[in-house]
Design a protein around this ligand. Structure first.
Ligand SMILES: Cc1cc2nc3c(=O)[nH]c(=O)nc-3n(C[C@H](O)[C@H](O)[C@H](O)COP(=O)(O)OP(=O)(O)OC[C@H]3O[C@@H](n4cnc5c(N)ncnc54)[C@H](O)[C@@H]3O)c2cc1C
Length: 368
């Protein structure tokens, strides 16, 4: 039957791509890969990362070096000069696009690429059934990789008599690496530069201290109208590090086209910065399918839509055969890991576990 697979992967971001390539390279597996649609793509983190530069291997220097060697000879002098002065960003979109091409061209018999979003999932006797509109797909094992989305800082703008809380101001900066979301990925960009952390909870204080300690960034915190809720100890450390805390509301952003210059506050002053690090937590963890399948979630104190899916060291949820990897997942014995390389690592662990179980089953059948 066409809609039956050994494994269904839901999500066409980094984690889904890593799972799909690994599964495809195990020749015996037949995989249905649901990449999502325009709507799920737009709200995913895989659209936001314009330039990955915290990983070895993902670096344009490798490509440029190889091209320069290929373009030896006087006839390519101009091309080599262009190469030497250029920088080709490698984005999450580039990685996903390249993986989709590799899977489509290299493994057409094994992986069915489905450019649709899963709308529902349920347990069935043979494993799992995933619904996409009126089509259902079934498999004994499933990897969810549907991601999460950060909460954006709102700017209070007066629009006539109404106050407009519009997060769209942030997009030109976020896509150009001046408004940042991940200290492990992008913190180094702020080295010695004036930087502010946008947030009011303990995480904001901790991140401001880390920026100061690690990168020597001249740091401030803007709580955007909220009362700080960090600990007394953190308050003392912020003061000791001369990290200024501003509690006024943000009413405007100075700068344009990604060139951040500062934040205008409602007392008329401007906090001049080159970078801002958003520390407001997650707007949403896309855990809907996991919830429908009764997978256990982390952090019971949070609203359901913001809770990560709990996984073990293999990436498996509390539901046997159901795995969750990438930004949507969390182990309860580790700090949160939400990077490209952690998404890849857990995706591979999940697929390897599924592969091992299928092969063990086969060995038992061979011997019986
Ligand atoms: C601004 C920014 C910069 C970053 N920079 C770096 C960096 O430099 N280095 C680094 O290591 N990490 C970085 N990160 C983190 C990294 O981007 C994430 O850890 C990684 O993209 C997570 O991948 P994911 O596959 O879990 O989720 P996503 O990339 O968000 O992908 C989720 C996928 O699921 C799909 N989907 C959602 N719902 C459904 C559904 N119902 N059915 C089917 N498909 C669905 C979406 O369409 C999407 O394709 C950065 C993050 C941000 C926000």
């Amino acid at each position: 039957m066409d809609n039956e697979f050994d494994l269904i992967i839901v999500g066409g971001g980094i984690a889904g791509s890593a799972a799909a390539l690994r599964g495809a390279q195990y020749e015996h597996l037949r995989i249905g890969w649901l990449l999502g649609d325009r709507h799920t793509r737009k709200r995913s983190r895989s659209q936001w990362v314009a330039n990955i530069d915290n990983m070895i291997g993902i670096h344009d220097g490798i490509v440029r070096g190889k091209l320069a060697r290929t373009l030896r000879g006087p006839e390519f002098k101009a091309a080599r000069e262009t190469l030497a002065h250029g920088h080709e960003h490698i984005s999450t979109r580039d990685i996903v696009r390249n993986t989709v091409e590799r899977v489509r061209d290299g493994y057409p018999e094994q992986v069915e690429l489905l450019e649709v979003a899963a709308t529902a999932a349920r347990k069935i006797e043979s494993g799992f059934e995933v619904q996409t509109g009126d089509v259902a797909y079934r498999a004994p094992a499933m990897v969810l990789a549907t991601g999460a989305m950060d909460r954006q800082p709102l700017i209070r703008r007066a629009d006539g008599d109404e106050e407009v809380h519009d997060p769209s101001w942030i997009y030109p900066f976020a896509n150009r690496e001046t408004v940042l979301y991940c200290i492990r990925c992008e913190g180094h960009l702020t080295t010695t530069a004036p930087t502010t952390v946008l947030g009011h909870a303990e995480a904001a204080a901790q991140l401001a201290m880390m920026l100061h300690e690690r990168y020597g960034s001249a740091c401030s915190v803007i709580t955007n109208g909220e009362t700080p809720s960090w600990s007394e100890r953190s308050s003392r450390l912020l003061e000791a590090y001369s990290i200024v805390v501003r509690e006024e509301r943000i009413v405007d952003v100075a700068g344009e086209r990604g060139d951040l210059r500062g934040f205008v506050l409602d007392d008329g002053t401007t906090v001049a910065v080159r970078f801002a690090l958003v520390a407001l937590g997650l707007h949403r963890v896309y855990n809907d399918l996991a919830r429908q399948l009764d997978a256990e979630l982390a952090d019971p104190e949070l609203p359901e839509g913001e809770r990560h899916v709990l996984i073990n060291a293999r990436g498996e949820t509390s539901v046997p055969g159901l795995f969750a990897v990438g930004d949507m997942a969390k182990r309860d014995d580790e700090p949160m890991m939400k990077q490209v390389y952690t998404a890849q690592e857990y995706a591979v662990r999940a697929v390897d576990t599924i592969d091992a179980r299928i092969r063990q089953e086969r060995r038992r059948a061979v011997l019986s």
